[in-house]
Write a protein that binds this ligand. Sequence first.
Ligand SMILES: *Cc1c(COP(=O)(O)O)cnc(C)c1O
Length: 384
Amino acid sequence: MLPTSQIEISKRALENNLRFLKKQMGPEVIISSVVKGHAYGHTIEKFVPLAEACGMKHFSVFDASEAYRVKKAASNPETEVMIMGMVDDNQVEWAVESGISFFTFEMERLEAALAAARKVGSPAKVHIEVETGMNRTGFDSYQLPEVAHLLKAYPRELQFEGLCTHFAGAESIANYLRVKNQRKVFNHLHKWFRQQGLQPMFRHAACSAAAIRYPPTRLDMVRIGIMQYGFWPSRETFIDFSTRSGQKKDPLERLVAWKSKVMDIKRVKTGEYVGYGTSYLANEEMDIATVPVGYAHGFSRSLSNQGRVLIHGKRVGVIGMVNMNMITVDISQLDGVKKGDEVVIIGRQGDMELSVSSFGEFSEQVNYELLTRLPLDIPRRVVE
Ligand SMILES: *Cc1c(COP(=O)(O)O)cnc(C)c1O
């Protein structure tokens, strides 16, 4: 069946973003490409091979099923996968067998890792996550002697690959003190492990916001999600970067473009309502186009009479209610629009760009949520 819209993923944009990020992070810092949440809506199957082609070798996911999909999508045997969240005790063995590393933040998982390593006969690559102040996951300090004891007692089974934590909101200056304190606690705990004669191969703590904003958080590795896809973690993060670097222009490029086509056009007489009910009244004679994308495709109903799309390189407004499968847009200002003409819902057309955030309702961190909610049944296509 032919889809009514498609999502393009730009290779050039990814190359651009990775170049920028590598330059910012410096040559010593490993960049782990975070591909949880269907690679922020880009899909693991499309994104991972693309990122590999752009030189990425380390991927971070939330759970074991995502790790499995990364493994399947990857073609480079050296590609590393790290699970940051959920691994069931009965999936630990598979992870160890497959050489997948995983965050470890509770004793049961550490013990499961040890048991799996013994059974499989190869080491479990553990990343010990420590509590530094986010209060989500992470070993509390009273548990660390027991952790250290196991790591020391079973050095062949438990490979201390990482020591890590996660910041509680580095994208907002309002959290500055909390993040600063987390850094202090993390450094202190790293020192403690060293005093026990235990040295992790990599220390890592930073997501995009911390990595770009607080260089000391970069340590050995950074876990970059949103920025590789071309979005800033928050507006504030970009303003901060722009102020410090003197760079006014956004150095990042969005990978995603969501496109459809004009389905039909027609003229509406003055005084007629358009679409369901009475939400839009034509005050003058107007030309409208229907586009086969509606709330069932992820174009929110809240964009009724509000949303914008691009046709012929110009912004045109949604009129009336967003329907389940289509929208109506006002093309009165455009000449010669035909059935089949390209409609851009997110992305560029000519000199214009519609961002993901202008497409959604305005809320905090709208990019993260909107990207991960792009419906999976819209086909993704990689373009140069
Ligand atoms: C999602 C996530 C990241 C990446 O965050 P971005 O803001 O997208 O860069 C890093 N670390 C952890 C633990 C995460 O869950």
